[in-house]
Design a protein around this ligand. Structure first.
Ligand code: FE2
Length: 431
């Protein structure tokens, strides 16, 4: 049998034994222990026992703000509120060209590190919707390397910003994929509840999914995630709704968190945590002990809630560092959420792969299965455990059977006084 591509001796996640993977016409054609001896392909790669996984997914990022760090000034306190202030100073001067240039560059960073699906929130609290118009063009321009979803995101509020409702509607008319919201940031509790109701009304009108920034605060009485869950059940939107951040859940008393988590599971609401921003931005009013701020990822998973991760910020007013690496985000989540048990480490890989695919609702065309599009990565590690320990190179990144990125890993060598040639350090246990 003649194929386009064969990956030999691949290790799949949660699978015993190695497999050969063959692709044809952009799809997985055969995944078996060993392909018949008459199988050949235009290109063959020997994975040599390395892990082959579906592409990583960044379920939450802000492509309009990425790579703006220092413009017009650096965040001196490091707080969320100063970040929003700096962003409001920068926003009126944004041009379509500037937004496009930065977003395209950041997408290149993510694709090079194996992320082929990105959900970006776009600030629509701008009478001209400049960033949105730019990112709608970017969404089309990157289709060969990345699937980009855009969320209409009201950074300054739907009710607390002039014409907020109308701007959200315009954003959906222009072609946003998902309706956003920001209930905890509205001026009052009542306005926050209305923020959520309005997101659901728009979602029904345009038949779209919902992804609201929700309860992104340490305030334990910020309780809008429950409103999202209740609306989901009442509107029949199960599986189509995502609550992002939910950091207040970190600080709820356990009795209320228990009730809320059960409600989220019942409503099939997805939760997205953003480990970089959450740990850096939350806990800022604390002396000691300082809260980590991230939502209860471990407990949500145990209760059957679908949890995924986002990078959120990359070199912007809220988080000055980062390089768009979702595997690094997953490693940080592992630390922050105490998910270092063996099975938990395996589950952490799901947060940036299969769970995130459910959040973006791309699961029908996602995964290493015969008949599905041949989207996958070859990691320079033999297992999820090793991938999360090493954060290794993404050696090959394939989309629809075409290589869209590759990385040549670095090499470290120790030179002893008696051995000037030196010996390589692999950072692996020696047998
Ligand atoms: Fe965000």
């Amino acid at each position: 049998m003649q194929y386009d591509l064969i990956i030999r001796h691949a290790q799949l996640h949660r699978h015993d034994g190695l497999v050969d993977i063959a692709t044809k016409d952009g799809h997985f054609a055969s995944i078996v222990g060993e392909l018949p001896s008459d199988s050949s392909a235009t290109r063959e790669i020997d994975a040599a026992g390395r892990l082959v996984v579906p592409p990583f997914i960044d379920a939450h990022v802000h492509l309009d703000a990425v790579l703006t760090v220092g413009r017009p000034r650096y965040n001196t306190t490091g707080t969320l509120l100063e970040g929003i202030q700096i962003w409001s100073e920068l926003k009126p001067g944004l041009s379509r060209e500037d937004v496009k240039k930065r977003a395209l560059e950041e997408i290149r960073w993510e694709v090079a590190q194996g992320t082929l699906h990105i959900r970006s929130h776009v600030d629509v609290c701008d009478p001209n919707l400049t960033a949105l118009r730019a990112l709608l063009e970017v969404r089309e321009e990157v289709r060969d390397i990345c699937n980009l979803q855009l969320v209409a995101f009201p950074q300054d509020g739907i009710l607390s910003f002039p014409n907020g409702r109308e701007l959200m509607r315009q954003a959906m008319e222009l072609g946003c994929d998902v309706v956003g919201g920001i209930p905890h940031y509205e001026w009052t509790r009542d306005m926050g509840v209305e923020d959520v109701h309005y997101a659901f009304a728009l979602a029904r009108e345009f038949n779209r999914d919902i992804d609201c920034h929700c309860d992104e605060t340490d305030d334990p009485i910020s309780r809008f995630t429950e409103v999202m869950a209740a609306d989901t059940i009442q509107q029949g939107w199960q599986g189509r709704v995502t609550a992002s951040h939910c950091t207040a859940m970190h600080s709820y008393d356990n009795a209320y968190a228990f009730k809320l988590i059960r409600l989220l599971a019942r409503a099939q609401v997805n939760v997205v945590a953003n480990p970089f921003d959450n740990v850096v931005l939350q806990g800022r009013f604390d002396t000691y002990p300082k809260r980590r701020g991230i939502t209860r990822v471990k407990e949500l998973l145990v209760a059957g809630v679908n949890v995924a991760l986002g990078h959120d910020s990359i070199m912007d007013p809220w988080f000055p560092l980062g390089k768009g690496d979702m595997l690094a985000a997953a490693q940080l989540a592992l630390f922050l959420c105490h998910m270092s048990g063996y099975d938990e480490i395996n589950a952490v890989l799901d947060l940036i792969t299969t769970n995130a695919a459910r959040t973006l609702r791309v699961q029908d065309s996602y995964g290493i299965e015969e008949g599905k599009p041949a989207d996958f990565l070859v990691l320079d590690a033999p297992s999820a455990f090793e991938a999360l320990r090493l954060v290794p190179a993404r050696l090959h990144v394939f989309k629809s059977g075409r290589e869209v990125a590759y990385t040549t890993p670095g090499k470290s060598v120790i030179k002893r006084q008696t051995d000037q040639e030196g010996e390589e350090v692999t950072f692996r246990l020696k047998p």
